[in-house]
Unconditional design. Structure first.
Length: 73
């Protein structure tokens, strides 16, 4: 999967609540790893998701944690 394929995917937390949609992916180009994922949760709000908090990626991105446990970006 390419990083651009993540953009726009809906993010769902462990409680099956919609967190928002992915708007940006922070990458370490030298190591080809994802450092963080920015999720838009409202008109102006964004939160940062760590790759270790991601459970599964398919049509939607499923998290291992609850929405209220994430920090603002």
């Amino acid at each position: 999967m390419k990083a651009k394929d993540l953009l726009g995917k809906e993010v769902i937390d462990v409680d099956a609540k919609v967190v928002g949609k992915i708007v940006d992916v922070d990458m370490d180009i030298d190591k080809a790893t994802i450092l963080g994922i920015s999720v838009k949760t409202g008109f102006t709000k964004k939160i940062s998701i760590s790759p270790r908090d991601v459970d599964k990626i398919g049509d939607k991105v499923l998290l291992k944690v609850a929405k209220d446990k994430k920090k603002k970006a």
